[in-house]
Design a protein around this ligand. Structure first.
Ligand SMILES: NC(=O)C1=CN([C@@H]2O[C@H](COP(=O)(O)OP(=O)(O)OC[C@H]3O[C@@H](n4cnc5c(N)ncnc54)[C@H](OP(=O)(O)O)[C@@H]3O)[C@@H](O)[C@H]2O)C=CC1
Ligand SMILES: CC(C)=CCC[C@@H](C)[C@H]1CC[C@H]2C3=C(CC[C@]12C)[C@@]1(C)CCC(=O)[C@@H](C)[C@@H]1CC3
Length: 332
């Protein structure tokens, strides 16, 4: 039976590179590109079909930042497919990023320089805003929309007859200190991206605890630093081009500069090939590229305790109920 794979944010960057790699591995897949912009989705589909003419590539309209769109898309998935084998939760945003140049140069001269380059800890802030549902946009897009999607697709993901997988594209920028259980949407801080990625790490742990027995397995990856629309939003592309030789030099000290979307998708692709029972539910799987350009995957324990993931899960369920009850715009 053909495997059904859904990828959110599949029209560019790491998501699109993953799709290319999945089709190279198994052209029999039923691959569904879940995107908010159908013109970009069509272009991605056309590009994939150029190299894999016989592939089954479906398109699904999904804006993970809009709760109505998530509910509609989930309904559509349920009418199209009888099961979902892989759900890649890859769509993500980092709006209005600001680099703290002072902290960058200070970090450069410190013993933590390498860590700074792989996590950007203390370097980046963003300006978030409310979406049409009244939720913080970064939280809604990077985390909550994906949570709601999983919840709506549970009948297809949690089947005793077979195992299903969800895979989160998180980040090494996920940080415990940026997240507060009293402010899960990060309304009051300046690091909504770090906060949302840390929340996805915790949610994955909670999902494994609650759903493994029902055949659903969740994993988390970090693609490393990859040149995509997201990073071109942090500093312009000409700047990246200018410092590219330095980037390759930094790769000698940290293998987290994967740079190309193909390399960045390594851990996502690697997980596709693994048996879920062999994976560590508390590990983040990192895409890494050596100075000589060799790609590999390494697990790292996540900075997540035993109790907090369950608390977050309960809060997300509460918010889900609230959103569904108040399906008017701007009520939350
Ligand atoms: N690049 C990097 O260095 C790193 C990236 N990541 C993560 O990787 C993931 C992919 O990002 P990347 O490939 O780098 O960047 P891109 O901007 O190229 O890809 C992001 C994708 O998400 C889609 N997307 C954004 N918002 C929504 C939405 N509301 N609904 C549906 N789709 C949406 C974008 O669609 P559209 O084209 O319409 O904007 C795009 O297809 C993100 O989760 C990001 O946080 C993590 C660590 C490092
Ligand atoms: C101002 C100069 C000379 C250089 C600035 C370099 C930073 C822009 C750069 C250093 C580490 C990078 C980094 C990310 C963004 C760009 C940097 C801050 C990420 C935060 C991108 C998104 C992610 O999710 C992380 C894994 C990246 C970590 C490293």
């Amino acid at each position: 039976m053909e495997r059904v794979v859904i990828v959110t944010g599949a029209n560019s960057g790491i998501g699109l590179a993953l799709c290319e790699r999945l089709l190279t591995e198994d052209v029999q897949l039923r691959l569904c590109l879940a995107c908010r912009n159908m013109q970009r989705a069509e272009a991605a589909r056309a590009a994939l079909l150029t190299s894999h003419a016989d592939a089954h590539v479906d398109l699904l309209h999904l804006d993970v930042g809009s709760m109505k769109s998530v509910l509609d898309a989930a309904q559509e998935v349920k009418t199209r497919y009888r099961k979902v084998d892989f759900l890649y939760l890859n769509a993500g945003i980092m709006p209005n990023p600001q680099v703290n140049i002072g902290a960058f140069f200070k970090g450069l001269l410190s013993r933590n320089a390498i860590r700074m380059f792989s996590t950007a800890e203390g370097l980046l802030t963003q300006q978030d805003r409310l979406n049409a549902d009244g939720l913080q946009e970064v939280f809604a897009t990077n985390l909550f929309g994906h949570f709601l999607l999983i919840r709506e697709l549970e009948p297809l993901l949690c089947q005793s007859s077979h195992t299903s997988r969800v895979v989160w594209t998180s980040s090494s920028n996920a940080s415990h200190s940026a997240f507060s259980m009293e402010d899960i949407q990060h309304r009051n801080g300046t690091e909504p991206y770090s906060s949302s990625k840390y929340a996805s790490d915790m949610l994955s742990v909670a999902l494994n605890r609650q759903k493994n027995s029902q055949g659903l397995f969740s994993s988390v990856i970090c693609p490393g630093l990859v040149m995509t629309n997201l990073t071109y939003g942090i500093v312009p592309s000409f700047f990246w081009t200018l410092i590219m030789p330095i980037m390759y030099l930094i790769r000698v000290f940290t293998n987290t500069f994967t740079i190309s979307p193909y390399n960045g998708a390594e851990a996502l692709f690697w997980l596709f090939l693994q048996k879920p029972e062999s994976l560590d539910p508390r590990a983040k799987y990192h895409s890494l590229t050596s100075a000589l350009g060799r790609n590999y995957v390494q697990p790292q324990q996540m900075d997540v305790d035993n109790e907090t993931p369950e608390v977050l899960f309960a809060k997300l369920l509460e918010l889900e109920n609230f959103v569904k009850k108040n399906d008017h715009v701007g009520y939350i």
